[in-house]
Write a protein that binds this ligand. Structure first.
Ligand code: HEM
Length: 327
């Protein structure tokens, strides 16, 4: 009787210890409160200055954070430049349209001036994503725990595999999210980020012109929306034209992504796929009804994403320049 009670308790403690040593518990609110008290304010000031002049930047930082976290965890591997011997994540196909790296450089310079070698580039991405999206509301939309450390490896080959493709089906997307300890609910909630930003024609034009290789249209795409998209993306080979993912409010962070999705106006196959599974379609239904539900859910899901495989404590380093590993 006694041992049957003790065994689960021991197992539970072992699992908790294991999680701690992997760094899951290593992030905390205001990690730099004593070591660099102005760090978070410096990030917000610079991000807000840039987003005020260029509202599209919010989408760039939010996507940068996602692409960082999905490859080797949130370790700023996305910021490392390629070298003579290594093509870094920046050189991977899905990262070709990322932007905002110069703003991160500006933040790093300012933070290094205030407190040299204290604040990681990985935390700067997490804060910049939150602050850029929050500019619209003039208050932080979600909490960011900090204490991440920077990694030293960045490979395009890994980014090409680990970053979810817009052509993926539901099973593949759910698996890729699960590999980052993210649930189907997280997948649906985080896809709501597509309420801001743009998409390039070639990433969805197969849905307009050649869905099954017979010159056909994706039957799951709203025909009126498809006709509109065809006026923008006039051929399969157009790789330069972009369209807003949430037409009419593509710089406004809201739950309109789910309204579009319900009307079969999700831009990518990966968006449309969220309606093909009972569980995920249920989550869409909950989010379509109320903006409040979306904001609450997004807070939790992005916090979980920001914990993906993080380096904490003595692991990794704090880069002096976000583009190169310390020598
Ligand atoms: C579910 C899997 C996902 C897939 C397959 C996917 C795919 C894509 C693709 C193909 C684009 C268009 C890029 C371009 O044409 O330049 C895009 C844009 C974007 N994605 Fe995702 N995405 C996914 C999830 C996410 C998540 C989880 C976030 C953030 C939490 C996110 C944030 C964004 C943002 C903000 C943009 C707009 C970028 C811009 O305007 O430059 N996406 N995504």
């Amino acid at each position: 009787m006694r041992s049957s009670f003790l065994l689960p308790l021991l197992l539970f403690s072992a699992i908790s210890l294991c999680n701690f040593s992997k760094g899951q518990a290593g992030l905390q609110m205001h990690f730099y409160k004593k070591s660099c008290p102005n760090a978070e304010q410096i990030v917000q000031n610079i991000v807000w200055k840039h987003v005020a002049g260029n509202p599209e930047l919010a989408a760039k930082f939010l996507r940068m954070f996602f692409h960082d976290c999905f490859v080797r965890g949130c370790d700023a591997s996305i910021l490392l430049d390629s070298t003579a011997n290594n093509t870094a994540e920046k050189g991977a196909v899905p990262n070709g349209s990322l932007a905002g790296f110069e703003v991160i450089d500006e933040i790093k310079t300012a933070v290094e001036e205030a407190c040299p070698e204290i604040v990681s580039c990985a935390d700067m991405i997490a804060l910049a994503a939150r602050d850029s999206v929050s500019f619209q509301f003039k208050k932080p939309l979600w909490e960011v725990q900090t204490g991440r450390r920077d990694g030293s490896i960045s490979r395009a080959s890994e980014a090409n595999v680990d970053i979810p493709s817009p052509f993926s089906n539901f099973t593949t997307l759910a698996k890729q999210f699960a590999s980052k300890s993210l649930s189907v609910k997280d997948l649906v909630v985080l896809s709501g980020a597509h309420t801001i930003g743009i998409g390039h024609c070639n990433l969805f034009s197969n849905r307009l012109y050649n869905f099954t290789g017979k010159g056909d249209q994706d039957p799951s795409l709203n025909p009126t929306y498809a006709a509109f998209l065809k006026t923008k993306c006039t051929s399969l080979s157009d790789t330069t034209t972009t369209v807003p993912m949430d037409p009419g409010s593509s710089t406004s962070f809201d739950n309109h992504y789910y309204v579009n999705l319900r009307e079969n106006k999700g831009l990518f196959t990966s968006d449309a796929q969220l309606l093909t599974n009972g569980r995920s379609a249920n989550v869409v239904d909950k989010l379509v009804g109320s903006g409040g539900n979306f904001f609450n859910a997004f807070k939790n899901s992005i916090k979980r994403m920001g914990h993906a495989d993080v380096l904490t404590g003595g692991a990794g380093e704090v880069r002096k320049n976000c583009r190169v590993v310390n020598s």
